[in-house]
Design a protein around this ligand. Structure first.
Ligand SMILES: [Zn+2]
Length: 213
């Protein structure tokens, strides 16, 4: 797991450096503390203190307390996320680790998208194969009574069949023609035909039922 920008900065930015970046004049202080005029309010006497060991600050006049990043966010008056980028810039943190982390996230996302696309392609091809199979067998079925006709007026009865067969031929052409968009449209058309045929067969079954009843 790569470090976040926040973690990188917390590792490297001391409270003293933060004060320097914020233009805070530090007094001498004692031990691990330094005092200064608070940058967050109009401070006549030093009520601002930093703790060198914990890298934190506090204002005794009510401005609160926090770490180096909080301090710069408040002095600059910008959100933490912007502050992090500004600090990284100012400190010359190359953020190569951060960039590497971003690149890795992008790689993972790209792989995920590729897998998703491969899966979608697979499903599409499978749907096309089924549609082609269905349309071919339907076309054969429609063709049978037409071929059995011996006179032109018999064929005339099957005008709808002939019309549908021609339509099926066009859809089959589209499905195997190669261009993705055309094939997708072909698949939609095939599904409409399947729907119509199912409806028609359902009606036919109902008619057959009433006949046998
Ligand atoms: Zn203050």
């Amino acid at each position: 797991m790569k470090a976040t920008l926040m973690e990188l900065i917390k590792d490297r930015l001391t409270i003293e450096e933060a004060c320097e970046m914020a233009g805070i004049q530090l007094g001498k202080g004692r031990g691990n503390t330094r005092t200064a005029r608070c940058p967050l309010h109009d401070d006549a006497s030093p009520s601002f203190i930093i703790y060198l060991d914990s890298n934190r600050w506090r204002c005794f006049s009510g401005c609160g307390h926090g770490d180096a990043i909080d301090l710069l966010s408040r002095v600059y008056d910008i959100p933490i996320s912007q502050t992090l980028h500004r600090i990284a810039n100012d400190l010359g943190i190359t953020t190569s680790e951060q960039q590497e982390s971003d690149r890795q996230k992008q790689r993972i996302e790209k792989q995920r998208q590729e897998r998703q696309k491969a899966q979608a392609d697979k499903e599409f091809e499978s749907a096309v194969t089924k549609a082609v199979h269905f349309l071919k067998s339907l076309s054969d079925e429609l063709d049978k009574p037409i071929r059995a006709c011996t006179t032109p007026w018999q064929v005339e009865k099957y005008a709808d069949y002939i019309h549908l067969t021609a339509k099926i031929e066009r859809i089959l052409d589209d499905l195997v023609s190669g261009e993705r968009q055309i094939r997708e449209n072909g698949l939609l058309a095939a599904r409409r035909v399947l729907f119509i045929v199912k409806e028609a067969r359902g009606k036919q079954r109902d008619i057959d039922k009433t006949k046998t009843a």
